[in-house]
Design a protein. Sequence first.
Length: 119
Amino acid sequence: MQVKSQNLQLRTYQFALQVLKLIDQLPNQKSYWSLGDQLLRAATSIGANIIEAQAASGRKDFINFYTYALKSANETKFWLALIRDSGKIEPSSPNQLLEEVKELANILGACILTLKGKQ
């Protein structure tokens, strides 16, 4: 699981970098400051929780960190869709990020099910 875990860590790190680039493209308006902040927190939390899981004190703790990462991925989907649908930014960038975060969420969900012995 170490190789898969490193690949997931890298993907979430690269995803967070792409989100940073998107946030820098948002209009300089008060409403987008809040959206950008929420998106940044959720998107960076995915990878942070995966990294934190590596130092988990046990299996249950490890699963909990992956569960938090999945919740952050789902929240990220919401913020990205809201930004895309606001019509203030070219939709291709949020759409690409939405596809990646959906894949990350699917991977996390499958990992959690496997870890819980439900697959």
